[in-house]
Write a protein that binds this ligand. Structure first.
Ligand code: FAD
Ligand code: NAP
Length: 260
């Protein structure tokens, strides 16, 4: 590869590792982090690659939520390879020491600063929407802001449950945390729910029953992240019971992020 150039807008970060998960289309990409790149848990970066292999400037840019924590000295992203996607197949094929360009400023408002303290925080996501929540679970402030934190991760099949071992061990060591994986196309041994979408499990009260917590805006805050159809449907269901996004002067009980 030719000498990669930094610019006023972005830096060339070096790939440290591309780790495949059990599902063939899922990888975690770990890279160096410029000391000037600061962010809040839940934010995303715009990362770039050249459309022509070997070119020394990026022309394809996509948004990726940081999986790594703001205090880690590296960056990490979780990526699903979209068949025929322009960017994600190239990302998955990177090797150690390749350059991945990162815009110097982070983006996004899916952060816990948006919420006042409450009893329960529901972190609801599909697929790689999980990414945004992982650094929040490593923030000590999260555990003082909320008494209970429930992570609901909806995927098609069990092998797509990235970071599952870490999440299970967190649930075992932290009584405030409940991890609820939900698979839509398969029921697997040990799963708490039958094969279901998150929206269906909410509508038939299974989420509330398994977790033992209600969805009430007085005592709960909800984040939704991932598939935009899930976000739209879940948002409409939660609006029926009084959840609303924040407006000026009112922090709100709901925050959402669509991945496409
Ligand atoms: C704020 C934000 C944060 C994001 N964070 C992540 C992240 O952490 N990890 C990640 O993998 N992607 C993330 N994305 C999506 C990412 O930016 C790209 O869209 C994705 O990598 C696919 O790029 P592509 O060029 O291969 O396909 P694109 O042409 O961008 O997308 C083609 C189609 O693939 C599907 N698709 C795109 N992204 C996803 C996805 N993540 N999961 C399932 N289906 C998808 C949609 O149907 C989309 O129309 C994020 C998007 C936004 C807006
Ligand atoms: N996930 C992987 O490991 C993987 C691997 C290789 C390739 N890919 C490709 O990546 C793309 C996206 O895959 P993905 O599975 O990560 O994302 P996805 O299609 O958004 O599915 C993730 C989860 O969201 C659910 N869902 C979809 N629409 C919903 C809605 N309106 N309400 C509630 N839940 C909803 C899905 O249920 P349903 O099952 O009912 O749709 C599934 O459980 C596809 O092109 C796929 O072929 C994925």
């Amino acid at each position: 590869m030719t000498q990669a150039q930094n610019s006023e807008k972005y830096t060339c970060e070096r790939v440290l590792e591309v780790k495949p998960w059990h599902s063939p289309g899922l990888v975690s990409v770990k890279l160096t982090r410029s000391p000037g790149f600061e962010f809040i848990a839940g934010q995303f970066a715009r990362i770039g690659l050249p459309s022509t292999p070997g070119a020394d400037a990026p022309d394809l840019w996509r948004a990726y939520s940081m999986v790594s924590h703001p205090e880690d000295d590296y960056l990490e992203f979780l990526s699903v390879t979209v068949p025929d996607g322009q960017f994600s197949p190239k990302l998955a094929q990177l090797s150690a020491n390749d350059c991945l360009w990162v815009e110097k400023a982070p983006f996004g408002f899916l952060t816990l600063e948006r919420f006042t303290a409450a009893h329960t925080l529901w972190l609801i996501c599909t697929g790689t929407g999980l990414s945004a929540y992982l650094p929040m679970l490593r923030d000590t402030a999260t555990w003082t802001q909320f008494k209970k934190v429930v992570l609901v991760h909806g995927v098609r099949t069990e092998d797509e449950l990235a970071y599952r071992d870490w999440l299970q061990s967190l649930a075992q060591s932290n009584e405030q945390f409940i991890y609820l994986p939900v698979t839509s196309r398969q029921r697997w041994p040990g799963s708490d729910l039958p094969a279901s979408r998150i929206t269906t499990a909410y509508k038939n009260q299974q989420l509330q029953h398994v977790v033992g917590e209600p969805f009430e805006p007085e005592s709960a805050r909800v984040m939704l992240c991932g598939n935009p159809e899930m976000v739209t449907e879940m948002r409409a269901l939660l609006a029926e019971v009084g959840f609303a996004a924040g407006r000026r002067g009112n922090p709100g009980s709901l925050a959402v992020e669509n991945y496409w």
